[in-house]
Design a binder for this molecule. Structure first.
Ligand code: SF4
Length: 894
């Protein structure tokens, strides 16, 4: 009998929920993952992305060896090239000419070493992170209100609150495990959920009230709420008097805004009144917010408007209350702890003389940075201007994710030295690198991450890193030593770095900062290895700091120990629609993908839910533009253009669009939505306004559509003109493509190109009477090499998953039957709703038609929704849709 595979307890590498994972690995291969029932963040649950972790690890697509200008080299040669490049740039142009751009995917130990090198030894604070795009506004709002970047809530507050207000947060998709904790309580009648979001998202399926406010009008709404709380006598005068300052000014600003509340938000009086009444009447209220608040030209003010309402009511520092910023990335919070942002120093330090002196003395640093460095958008603008001449990018993909992404790519191509460390070989950013450094990935590296509730969890290795890949902390330390800083970077492992980080948080702290990990500063290697999830603060005296939870004693971290209510006023978004660009584009996340798909994009089943770059638009707008579902449209502005398939419906209001931010060059041509986002940033946080781009929409004529699956990737020439749109997704045994050709007359040449590119010894081809109607199957030694379906209209094609099933051998039929299409085989090619159990929309609709009337009922019949639960909101939406169409039919018949 095969012995049971050893289980390693680690942490999911995707979102800021920070779920504990039990990974079963044998011989370095991940066999299975499951949620860790003992981890307080998830208590055994995982969402679809976490459940699919085993599909996303492995050697495919990994960066395995260092390269310098395309040539594979040894580590010594690559590290010398980086050190000499940085040293030469520093000598000639000074510390402001070099930069690092880091990632919330890095472990705290990696982050710490990179920041120490730049801010203490190179003397430059030009170290920023992709967390700037995610929650920088929340960080600044916390600092303004509390005097320190402290998230005041715990996940347990979600079990204790009676009202959960989700603002700009599609938690059903972006933080699914937390969302399920809320919905479980709502189903037991224990709390109400209010969703504040311009878009009708999956999260709204569980809302008692959805406030579809006008984009960017959150300050007006929460100022209106503050004014109402004062009117209704719901202000906690004693708390305000004892623990805060700024109430009168904040209330005056709120009252000024309140007059225009309905006009600015576009909400009905009744909806606003209901929200205000519920909030005022429910002491146990948690307000959760994420990207819809942060990614705005006034994101910091939005967050402070929310925090003001909690401070005014004293709903902070107590169980079941508080403003709760949900972090996007797995270690955004850890990055904040070690000063990962250009505006911070390590251990929640800033650039005041006292803070610089303290951190510098602890590090024995020869060259402390004197002032905050360039924030992400400004940093890449400085690269474009030639002011930053050497940049090191770690574990992130700014050529996709930053505003004006095309300009970022151009800037990197012109930059004299671009170093990229990544675990993935082919990304839009690695394509711009002079030096590529292979980094260890999830399951190979050792360290810690901190989730949204300040809980530090271990990521533990269960496999050796492939090829020459090394941990990021090791790579940075090696370069630091070559720059002459041997002693300060003589690290031998992650535990040593963690101890130093923990000691710095406690160094001359004395209660001045909530971030105090002094109790972890003396862990032995074995204790570090065995460390369970631990929430900060954890000071050396073993106490829980200045209270059971942040601010439980009513004391904050400004010099006078009082919190600040910040007077904020409604300001419209920086980018506004106009005659040239009449639509507002909102960007966001898909349920089954993560970031720029570098990891989730390797798992075929994670494309079962959404397989194309689609743009949601209102049905009225689609009708006016003459666009049907699935039609190709170009979305553009001065930053560039994006090609996407139209998805008309009721999710967005007229004049508004929504498109996911994940798509990038390895998976589609012209799908990077970042090119459309303007470099307009919040003046306080530097976070870009990624939720509000002014764009045009132009329907595109397509002469012919193809869906094909191929054992080999198509050559680049087959993805260029006359191709106007393409997607390339993995299948179990190759790749599947969707391609749009500009003219039907291009079809024959294109098919000839396909045949020339694919080795084959047998070719089966059908044509129909239409100009573009073709079906083609290529075989080699009896195995299918490629299958292609071509039609003048997209709707006439078999589903893309059918071509993949043909290639993967899932349909054991003669070639001619396969070419006849799914109808002749009675194959189900509808979209996957439940990714965990592979349950399609068609099967769910059949079950509903057969009498299934609840998500639980569907789960009993088909298993859907019974593992991670991410699809439950969609199951409910399908039931509601089918019930209402049945009702309509009955009414019509009557
Ligand atoms: Fe990972 Fe999903 Fe948990 Fe986020 S909610 S940490 S993606 S399993």
């Amino acid at each position: 009998m095969t012995p049971a595979a050893p289980t390693v307890r680690t942490t999911c590498p995707y979102c800021g929920v920070g779920c504990g994972v039990r990974a079963e690995a044998r011989d370095g291969a991940l066999i299975a993952v499951s949620g860790d029932p003992d981890h307080p963040a998830n208590r055994g649950r995982l969402c679809v992305k976490g459940s699919a972790l085993a599909d996303t690890v492995g050697r495919d697509g990994r960066l395995l060896a260092p390269t310098v200008r395309g040539r594979e080299v040894s580590w010594a040669t690559a590290l010398d090239a980086v050190a000499e490049g940085f040293a030469g740039t520093l000598r000639e142009h000074g510390p402001e000419s070099v930069a690092m751009y880091l990632s919330g995917q890095l472990l705290t130990e990696d982050y710490y070493v990179a920041n120490k090198l730049m801010k203490g030894f190179v003397g430059s604070a030009n170290v920023d992170t992709n967390s700037r795009l995610c929650m920088a506004s929340a960080v600044v709002a916390h600092q303004r209100a509390f005097g320190e970047d402290v998230v005041p809530c715990d996940y347990d507050d979600l079990e204790r609150c009676e009202l959960a207000v989700l603002v700009g947060s599609n938690a059903a998709w972006a933080h699914p495990v937390l969302f399920q904790r809320l919905t479980a309580r709502r189903e037991r009648g224990e709390l109400k959920i209010v969703v504040v979001d311009p878009r009708r998202t999956a999260t709204c399926e569980a809302a008692d009230l959805h406030l579809a406010l006008r984009p960017g009008s959150d300050v007006a709404l929460f100022n209106g709420l503050l004014a109402h709380l004062a009117r209704a006598g719901a202000v906690d005068r004693e708390f305000v008097h004892r623990c805060t300052t700024g109430f009168d000014a904040a209330l005056a600003a709120a009252r000024d805004d309140a007059a225009g509340l309905l006009r600015e938000t576009g909400l009905t009086r009744q909806a606003v009144a209901t929200f205000f009444r519920w909030f005022a009447a429910t002491p146990r209220t948690v307000t959760l917010f994420s990207q819809g608040v942060n990614q705005a030209g006034n994101g910091t003010d939005k967050a402070n408007a929310i925090i003001n309402c909690h401070l005014a009511t004293g709903r902070i520092g107590r169980a079941g209350t508080g403003p709760f910023s949900l972090t996007g990335q797995p270690n955004a919070m850890g990055g904040r702890e070690v000063g990962g942002m250009a505006s911070q120093l390590a251990a929640h330090g800033d650039f005041s003389p006292a803070s610089r002196e303290r951190v510098g003395r602890f590090w024995k640093a020869p060259a402390m940075a004197r002032a905050p460095g360039l924030k992400a958008v400004a940093l890449f603008e400085a690269v474009a201007r030639g002011e930053v001449k050497a940049i090191w990018i770690m574990g992130t993909n700014p050529v996709v994710s930053l505003p004006r992404a095309d300009a970022v790519r151009d800037a990197l191509r012109r930059c004299p030295l671009v170093v990229v460390s990544d675990c993935v070989a082919l990304t839009d950013t690695t394509a711009c690198a002079d030096v590529l450094l292979p980094a260890a990935g999830w399951g190979e590296k050792d360290g810690t991450v901190t989730n949204s509730e300040r809980r530090i969890s271990r990521q533990r290795p269960f496999a050796a890193a492939p090829g020459l890949a090394r941990p990021d902390w090791w790579i940075v330390s090696q370069v630091a030593r070559r720059l002459g800083f041997e002693e300060a970077f003589a690290y031998t492992g992650a535990p040593q770095i963690f101890r130093e980080h923990a000691a710095l948080t406690a160094f001359e702290n004395g209660g001045a900062r909530h971030l105090d990990l002094g109790g972890l500063a003396d862990l032995t290697d074995a204790q570090y290895d065995a460390m369970g999830p631990v929430q900060w603060p954890c000071p050396a005296d073993g106490s829980a700091g200045r209270g059971e939870r942040p601010f439980a004693d009513g004391r904050f971290y400004h010099a006078d120990a009082r919190a600040r209510l910040v007077a904020v006023r409604h300001r419209p978004p920086r980018q506004r629609p106009g005659a040239g660009h009449p639509f507002v584009l909102n960007t966001g996340r898909l349920r089954d993908q993560w970031h720029t798909m570098t990891r989730t994009g390797t798992a075929p089943r994670l494309f079962g839910h959404t397989e194309s770059p689609v743009v949601q638009l209102a049905a009225e707008d689609a009708a006016r533009l003459g666009v049907d579902a699935g039609d190709l449209v170009e979305i553009g502005n001065g930053g560039g253009r994006v090609m996407a398939l139209a998805e008309p419906g009721g999710e967005v209001t007229p004049g508004h669009l929504f498109m996911p931010m994940h798509w990038c060059e390895p998976f589609t041509g012209n799908g990077r939505v970042g090119v459309l986002v303007a470099p307009a940033t919040d003046p306080e946080s530097g976070q870009p306004e990624s939720k509000h781009a002014a764009v045009t929409v132009r329907p595109q004529a397509v002469g012919a559509w193809l869906r094909l699956a191929s054992r080999r990737p198509l050559p680049a020439a087959l993805l260029m003109a006359p191709v106007s749109y393409w997607t390339r997704l993995p299948t179990r045994s190759g790749w599947r493509y969707e391609v749009a050709l500009q003219a039907a007359a291009d079809v024959d040449d294109y098919l000839a190109g396909l045949c020339a590119a694919q080795p084959h010894d047998n070719r089966i081809e059908y044509s129909d009477s239409s100009e573009a109607g073709r079906r083609l199957l290529l075989e080699r030694q009896g195995a299918i090499e490629m299958v292609a379906f071509c039609a003048p209209g997209r709707g006439a094609l078999p589903a893309a998953s059918f071509a993949a099933d043909v290639l993967d051998g899932a349909l054991e039929q003669a070639p001619w039957r396969l070419l006849a299409g799914p109808e002749s085989l009675d194959a189900d090619c509808s979209r996957l709703v439940c990714t965990c159990f592979g349950v399609s929309e068609e099967r769910i609709l059949q079950a509903i038609a057969a009498g299934a009337s609840s998500a639980e009922d569907l789960g009993r019949r088909l298993e859907c929704g019974t593992n991670c639960g991410s699809c439950v909101p969609e199951l409910k939406a399908l039931i509601a849709r089918e019930e209402s169409s049945t009702e309509r039919a009955v009414r019509h018949a009557v």
